[in-house]
Design a protein around this ligand. Structure first.
Ligand code: FE2
Length: 169
């Protein structure tokens, strides 16, 4: 893959923290995928925050702000972890879209469907992260495994909150 994880070229001290170079490349790719999913979901969550209408407006508007602010923090952490394992963080939106499993949606006028879509997306990210954690553990990257484990908890929490909001009365 031509856009695969890129190593910085000007560092003078070899990286030596106990992770193998080949493993670090795989870890950077796992993190890049997690970053891409989080980035696309961040944008999609803002779309719901802005465009939600109807009786659910206030609750969903507030909840989506809480969620996208947390996703923004995670985006930064994931990108910086890619740097810490020795690779450059991706910067192209097209790359995020290419890597992410999150469907971009256009304007969806139905509030319940908007919320249900976000719930499914958080569940999708939780599943992807679970696989990434197994890989990170195999490569002995305990920090990445721990970071992604924390993220699963958040995505499961948001999926629950969104499912609850979209439930039938
Ligand atoms: Fe806002």
């Amino acid at each position: 893959m031509s856009d695969a994880a890129v190593m910085p070229s000007k560092e003078t001290i070899p990286m030596s923290t106990g992770l193998e170079q080949e493993d670090r490349k795989e870890l950077a790719a796992l993190l890049e995928k997690a970053l891409a999913d989080t980035y696309v979901l961040y944008t999609k969550t803002q779309g719901v925050h802005w465009n939600i209408t109807g009786p659910m407006f206030y609750g969903v508007h507030k909840m989506t702000q809480e969620i996208y602010e947390d996703l923004a923090l995670s985006i930064d952490e994931l990108a910086e972890r890619i740097r810490a394992v020795g690779y450059l963080a991706p910067t192209k939106l097209g790359r995020f879209l290419e890597l992410s499993d999150i469907d971009e949606t256009g304007h969806e006028p139905n509030a319940v469907k908007m919320v249900e879509a976000l719930a499914r997306d958080h569940q999708c990210v939780a599943r992807t992260l679970r696989e990434a954690i197994h890989e990170a553990e195999k490569l002995d990257d305990v920090f990445t495994a721990d970071m992604l484990t924390g993220r699963i908890g958040k995505h499961e929490q948001y999926a629950w909150m969104l499912r609850a909001v979209a439930s039938k009365p």
